[in-house]
Design a protein around this ligand. Structure first.
Ligand SMILES: C[S@@+](CC[C@H](N)C(=O)[O-])C[C@H]1O[C@@H](n2cnc3c(N)ncnc32)[C@H](O)[C@@H]1O
Length: 736
């Protein structure tokens, strides 16, 4: 972390919700700061912004071309973030946590140490100086976005390590005193002063805004039909460098209209006119592709959508997770404070997280980091693991595990007992996973490198399975702004398809008879419905042997029970959505299932053998007459041809089985031997079905290995026939 100070904001306090009045005021401030931008004299305040000719027309094209957000756009968001704190403090309250708010006092809770014990004798001198020499400093926690991008996947898990500064002396101070007095109290006093001052300013601004806006509020904003009346404004919005202040004003105006449509709409204009307008403007102002701007806009009310887009312009707080296999949070905090790090517990909901406000040292290179006492990990990444709640001595699977932020947290909760299979299909990312496992002293984990869709065939019977799925990353735009423009419609068809297959594999890998578990957690760092509720809905229909259960997470917005005409399972509300503007965490989704019966016979998931097949199956979304996405009756995204798929899979398995037994699969079964097709099929299904009720299968990985080795003839010949169609995954070692 650099020397700059991050916003004082305990997680998951909400950041500012969008208020058109204040945003408008901020816009005026911005204009004041940049007087040369637009010289329209007193016309400025009433300049009615003009509609670009077409949605996604010139204006958005120009801005979309630029990668980072223009300065004029960044200015209001910083100010917005600043404004939010005083509002909370001014009323003498911290922003409430949905379900924690009534628990004890902050002081009691926040430094309460984690439940997880620390293994004895862990802090030897050798450990302390760092034994993780196999690790690439500062990179192991960092999502490998290059290799991810190959697969269009994002990992919100770990934050990147920071550059190196000098180390301070550890010794010579009363650390406890420093922690409580010098650090927290001092920090609090300073912040209180600052906050009080800001509160006064905000209040004054707000009052002024109310006064100056009374007239404006009463008048209908003239935003849609303005094109013919204000040529300057037209030019300003469609030229190579659109006037961002004007765009912003129009965005604000349209939000006001949409939120009070019957009173404020212009005659003859529909909601769709306004919605199209604001989506085009948001796309231009924040630099999103029109396609993604529209998709994200529809997740929220207009003003909340603006809060979401605004929150994506500021980074989330830097958070570290205490590795309770090696230390306690209080001890770690004390040592880091001695090194010049200003930090504080992230909130009552986590006993292991610390939010870092500022640091004199690089957090990715301290002796404590090297010794594995903590990992840089986004707060949202804690949530799926907390929902999974792995228990000691269980057998768990992390299906898409690299670089290991969640695996290592699971290991800590399990106190290094039991066994975790940590899998990732990407070999390079799996290396980072191994690095983190070593550094953090995880000893109960086996790393493997499969396409996780194969897992039920490799080894099953897990007590719990985490599927932190590859996704589009729409929840982590603040971290990776390229998502704004590089995700296409195709991604939102292909990814859900993969996610569905992975989720079925996750379900089929769990032992429904597990004495302690039988749970599956599905998570993504995306906020789109196709990648979340759409996938969960599919799994619920395809696997009636699972049901949704409470995630156990104490905050989060309910999942959608319906969305734009599509109705989901009523239990969908038990799933949880996380938004940057609401909780100041990355956008995230968490669903928890309980497996209540065996998977259907022969239900081991299939791997689609080539990309063409994926595309054919996935490209099945259609748009209805109102422009809404809807499923096709056959082969749609939400209604993928399941029976066909099962049939194909069973046929493939049967052929494979026959080949294994030395029977020509094309031969007529009545002539080939004593076994009929049905008998073969039943036997095959028995073999390929997940082995429920058996939690101890130490040899199963080897079996899987054997099975894989028997297949290459097929896949090799397939590859020869179709050289250009690769699954996109490199598998080197199949050894678990
Ligand atoms: C969101 S990231 C996982 C982050 C990880 N859980 C953590 O907390 O550090 C998704 C991962 O899925 C992996 N992946 C993509 N497709 C996969 C597949 N078919 N099977 C297994 N892993 C896959 C990617 O390589 C990527 O590492």
């Amino acid at each position: 972390m650099g020397k700059g100070r991050s916003k004082h904001q305990g997680l998951p306090d909400p950041i500012e919700m969008y208020h058109p009045h204040l945003a408008k005021k901020r816009k005026v401030d911005d204009d004041d700061e940049k007087p040369s931008k637009r010289k329209r004299g007193d016309k400025k305040s009433k300049a009615a912004p003009v509609v670009p000719e077409k949605k996604g027309g010139k204006a958005s094209k120009q801005v979309n071309g630029t990668k980072s957000k223009p300065t004029a756009a960044a200015a209001p968001s910083k100010k917005a973030a600043k404004d939010s704190a005083p509002k909370q403090k001014a009323s003498g309250k911290k922003a409430p946590l949905p379900s924690d708010s009534d628990e004890g006092s902050d002081d009691d809770m926040e430094w309460e140490d984690e439940d997880e014990g620390v293994a004895e004798g862990k802090l030897s001198a050798v450990d302390f100086m760092g034994s993780s020499d196999e690790e690439d400093l500062g990179s192991n926690d960092e999502p490998d976005l290059d290799s991810d991008s190959e697969n269009s996947v994002y990992d919100s898990g770990d934050d990147e390590a920071r550059p190196i500064f000098s180390d301070d002396d550890l010794s010579g101070s009363d650390a406890e005193e420093q922690l409580t007095a010098a650090n927290i109290a001092g920090l609090t006093r300073k912040l209180d002063l600052q906050i009080a001052q800001e509160a006064e300013e905000a209040e004054a601004e707000f009052q002024e805004q109310i006064t100056t806006n009374i007239g404006a509020d009463e008048a209908k904003p003239f935003v849609i039909g303005a094109a013919t009346t204000d040529e300057d404004a037209t030019k300003a919005l469609t030229s190579l460098t659109p006037d961002l202040a004007l765009l912003r004003t129009r965005i604000n105006d349209v939000v006001r209209v949409l939120e009070d449509f019957s009173n404020l709409c212009e005659a003859g204009r529909s909601r769709t006119d306004y919605t199209d307008q604001i989506i085009a403007d948001v796309s231009a102002y924040y630099g999103y592709s029109p396609y993604l701007a529209e998709k994200l806009f529809h997740l929220f009310s207009p003003s909340e959508a603006l809060s979401f887009f605004e929150a994506n312009e500021t980074p989330r707080p830097l958070v570290i997770r205490t590795n309770t296999l090696k230390t306690h949070r209080r001890d770690l905090a004390q040592v880091l404070i001695n090194r010049g790090v200003t930090l504080e517990p992230i909130g009552k909901w986590s006993k292991v997280g610390l939010q870092v406000f500022e640091s004199q040292v690089p957090l990715g290179a301290t002796p404590e980091y090297l010794a594995g006492h903590y990992i840089l990990q986004a707060a949202s990444s804690f949530l799926p693991v907390m929902a999974l709640a792995p228990q000691e001595n269980e057998r768990c699977l992390d299906m898409a595990a690299a670089p290991g932020g969640k695996t290592t947290y699971m290991a800590a909760l399990m106190k290094n007992t039991g066994c975790i299979f940590a899998n990732d299909a990407n070999k390079n990312r799996a290396k980072g996973l191994i690095g983190n496992i070593h550094r953090l002293g995880v000893k109960n984990t086996i790393v493997c490198n499969y396409d996780a869709r194969e897992f039920p065939k490799i080894i099953g019977g897990f007590d719990r399975v985490l599927l932190d799925a590859p996704c589009s990353g729409t929840g982590v735009i603040a971290k990776d702004a390229s998502v704004k423009t590089n995700k296409t419609e195709k991604d939102f068809l292909k990814l859900p398809h993969l996610q569905k297959q992975l989720l079925l594999a996750a379900i089929d890998s769990v032992d429904h008879n597990s004495k302690t578990g039988g749970y599956i957690v599905y998570s993504t760092c995306s906020v789109t419905v196709e990648e979340n509720e759409g996938v969960v809905e599919y799994a619920l229909r395809k696997r009636p042997n699972v049901k949704l259960v409470d995630t156990g997470l104490t905050f989060g917005v309910e999942g959608f029970a319906s969305f734009r005409g599509k109705t989901f399972n009523e239990k969908m509300k038990m799933t949880r959505r996380y938004y940057p503007h609401k909780y100041n965490v990355d956008g995230f989704y968490v669903a928890k299932f309980r497996k209540i019966g065996p998977s259907p016979v022969g239900a081991t998931s299939t791997i689609v053998e080539d990309t063409e097949e994926v595309e054919e199956e996935s490209g099945a979304m259609e748009i209805d007459e109102e422009g809404n996405e809807k499923e096709k009756t056959v082969g749609g995204l939400f209604e993928w041809s399941e029976d066909e798929e099962d049939k194909k899979m069973i046929e493939k398995s049967l052929k494979r089985y026959k080949r294994k037994k030395g029977i020509d699969p094309r031969a007529d079964p009545s002539k080939a031997g004593t076994k009929g097709k049905k008998a073969d099929e039943a036997e095959e299904q028995e073999e390929t079905a997940p082995k429920e009720g058996n939690t101890e299968k130490p040899e199963a990985a080897t079996n899987g290995e054997k099975k894989k080795k028997e297949k290459p003839a097929k896949s090799k010949s397939d590859k020869k026939d179709k050289p250009s169609k690769s699954k996109g995954f490199v598998r080197v070692s199949k050894k678990a």
